[in-house]
Design a protein around this ligand. Structure first.
Ligand code: 13P
Length: 249
C-alpha cells in the first residue's frame, strides 16, 4: 500500500498567538488537500489558539518539543498529557536545533519518542548530519546511530506509525537544499536501517520526510523520490508558499 505523504511545517520560534491565528487563516484554504497529511508544528503557546483556528479543516496540529516525564517539578517543560489535552497529534522530537542549543542526546530523544507513543502522539523524530560528517563520509553511520538509539524499545507496531525527518544540518535555513539524489540516498538508508531493526513490513510502513530549505520549487522532485514521504518545512511554512508545497503535484 502506498504511503500517504505527510507535509509538516515546523514554525520554530516564530509567530505570537495572534500572528499564529492570522497565519492559519491565510494558509487554511491554500493547504486544503486531503491527499496528503498536513501538520502545523507550532510553538507551545500557539497550540491552543491554533487548534481552535484549524477546526473543520484538514490541518492537524503538532508540538515542537515535549518532556518525557508525566508531571512534576520540571519548570518550563510541557508534558505529553498537556499536549494531548490541547489537541496535539504529532510532536517534533530531536530537532537538530534542540540537540545543538539545548543539549538533547539520542538517549533523551528515545525517552521522548517512547513517551509520545505511550500517549498516542505520533513522533516526528529528526536526524541528520553536519557538513563535516558528510565530508568525512560518515553520514550514514551517524544517522544510523541516531535512528537505532532513538527507536530503542519502540515496538514494530509503533514504529510503523512513526515519522522520521531526515534533515541535513547544512541544509537547514541555508537555502541550500540537498540534491534529490542525496536526500533519496539517505532516506533509503534510513528505511534500510528500520528494516534491519524490525522487518520489511515496518520499513515499508514508516514515513520518512526530508527537511532543509524545502520550497515550492524543490518540493515536487524531492517528494517524487521512492523513499521520501513528504517534508518537514521551516521558513517556507510561514508563507503562502506552503500551499504550493502541500499541492506539489
Ligand atoms: P528550513 O526549511 O527553514 O531550512 O528549516 C528546515 C527545518 O529545520 C524544519 O524542521
Amino acid at each position: 500500500m502506498a504511503r500517504k505523504k505527510i507535509i509538516a511545517g515546523n514554525w520554530k520560534m516564530n509567530m505570537t498567538p495572534s500572528e499564529a491565528v492570522e497565519l492559519v487563516n491565510t494558509l487554511k484554504p491554500l493547504v486544503a488537500n486531503d491527499e496528503v497529511d498536513v501538520v502545523f508544528c507550532v510553538p507551545a503557546i500557539d497550540i491552543i489558539p491554533v487548534v481552535e483556528a484549524v477546526k473543520g479543516s484538514n490541518i492537524q496540529v503538532g508540538a515542537e518539543n515535549m518532556y518525557f516525564e508525566e508531571k512534576g517539578a520540571y519548570t518550563g517543560e510541557i508534558s505529553p498529557n498537556m499536549l494531548v489535552d490541547a489537541g496535539v497529534k504529532y510532536v517534533v522530537l530531536g530537532h537538530s536545533e534542540r540537540r545543538e542549543y539545548f543539549g538533547e542526546t539520542n538517549a533523551d530523544v528515545n525517552k521522548k519518542v517512547l513517551k509520545a507513543f505511550e500517549h498516542g502522539i505520533t513522533p516526528i523524530m529528526c536526524c541528520g548530519e553536519t557538513l563535516e560528517q558528510r565530508e568525512q563520509g560518515v553520514t550514514m553511520d551517524f544517522i544510523r546511530q541516531q535512528v537505532k538509539v532513538g527507536f530503542q524499545n519502540v515496538t514494530a507496531d509503533q514504529a510503523k506509525t512513526a515519522v522520521i525527518a531526515y534533515e541535513p544540518i547544512w541544509a537547514i535555513g541555508t537555502g541550500k537544499t540537498a540534491t534529490t539524489e542525496q536526500a533519496q540516498e539517505v532516506c533509503q538508508g534510513i528505511r534500510q536501517c528500520i528494516a534491519e531493526i524490525y522487518d520489511e513490513a515496518t520499513a515499508e510502513a514508516i514515513r520518512i520526510q526530508y527537511g532543509g530549505s524545502v520550497n515550492a520549487a524543490t518540493a515536487p522532485d524531492l517528494f517524487a523520490q521512492a523513499d521520501i514521504d513528504g517534508g518537514l518545512v521551516g521558513g517556507a511554512a510561514l508563507k503562502p508558499d506552503f500551499g504550493k508545497i502541500v499541492n506539489y503535484k
